[in-house]
Write a new protein. Structure first.
Length: 174
């Protein structure tokens, strides 16, 4: 329990040093990870049932060679691909937004530095240090958030691409 309290205090200190923009970075990061976890859940546990149902319906068809049968097959594959691709654009957008929110923190931190310089003059580096850390920490946090999102979303996209190809291979067209 003491470890969790110490961890919470460290996070609070980090946010206090980096400014309120870190709350926005954390929110974007949280939403991005919730969506990525949901997609992994769908791919690993829900979609196999959908895939099995599509294959069973294809195998149950008497006609798998006509033009109409091929359009039905293409429709099922397209519907499955749409299910797999849901929320992937939103995830990619959130990945791209993370560094931009961090840059917003840079701008607000630099504004704080300029306000300190205007109020006290340019000769007090100790007072400017808090504004400079407010300018750099959100940028770093946004970059780290984006890197984690890039890595995981790339893995997810690769898995989805493989699953689509496997589904197409599982529905032979004679």
């Amino acid at each position: 329990m003491l470890y969790l309290i110490g961890l919470w205090e460290s996070v609070r200190d980090f946010i206090a040093t980096g400014g309120d923009v870190l709350y926005v970075v954390a929110l974007v990061l949280f939403i991005m990870w919730v969506l990525m976890i949901e997609r992994f859940w769908f791919v690993l546990y829900v979609f196999p049932k959908v895939r099995a149902d599509i294959i069973a319906r294809w195998d149950a068809r008497a006609d798998t060679t006509s033009w109409y049968a091929h359009r039905v097959r293409d429709g099922w594959i397209s519907k499955a691909a749409t299910l797999l691709d849901e929320r992937m654009i939103l995830i990619k957008t959130l990945v791209a937004v993370c560094p931009l929110v961090g840059l917003l923190g840079t701008v607000t931190g630099m504004i704080a530095v300029f306000e300190i310089m205007a109020a006290t003059g340019a000769g007090n580096p100790r007072m400017m240090a808090s504004g400079i850390s407010m300018a750099t920490i959100p940028t770093m946090a946004g970059m780290v958030a984006a890197l984690s999102g890039i890595f995981v979303s790339s893995r997810l996209e690769g898995k989805i691409k493989t699953i689509k190809a496997d589904l197409i291979d599982s529905l032979p067209h004679h």
